[in-house]
Design a protein around this ligand. Structure first.
Ligand code: SF4
Length: 125
């Protein structure tokens, strides 16, 4: 039986509404894309959706208690929740440099999670 899936292309400001038609996992048609990027995006969203992880980790000895972090590239969408859980348990020692690897190879994805900003050590004076 044919099934339709709808996606919103987020690759440019046009924001095309995409409609992918499949049957038994085989893609029959992708409609609504103004360019090939959108067609590829709909196919990826259907076969292997990925998302960038963006959250915070706790900091020990820093000027702030939390550090914003993000994955260097998207990871499989179904792993995002677990990745956020792992990062919620992570504590880093200040100082932290912008872009410093905070959690390498998160959940075996090959993707590093890095600091989104620099965070200095709290002065003890
Ligand atoms: S399909 Fe192409 S034109 Fe449309 S939003 Fe995506 S990238 Fe932009």
């Amino acid at each position: 039986m044919k099934k339709k899936h709808e996606f919103l292309c987020i690759n440019c400001p046009l924001g095309c509404s995409l409609e992918l038609t499949e049957e038994g996992g085989e893609i029959l048609e992708i409609a609504g894309a103004e360019c090939k990027v959108g067609e590829k995006y709909a196919e990826e969203e259907f076969r292997n959706p990925r998302r960038r992880v963006s959250t915070t980790v706790r900091v020990s000895g820093g000027t702030l208690p939390l550090l914003p972090v993000a994955s260097e590239s998207p990871i499989p969408k179904k792993m995002v929740r677990d990745a956020v859980k792992v990062l919620a348990e992570t504590v880093v020692e200040a100082p932290v440099a912008d872009g410093q690897v905070i959690y390498p190879d998160i959940l075996g994805t090959g993707v590093n999670v890095v600091a989104s900003r620099r965070l200095d050590r709290e002065s003890t004076r």
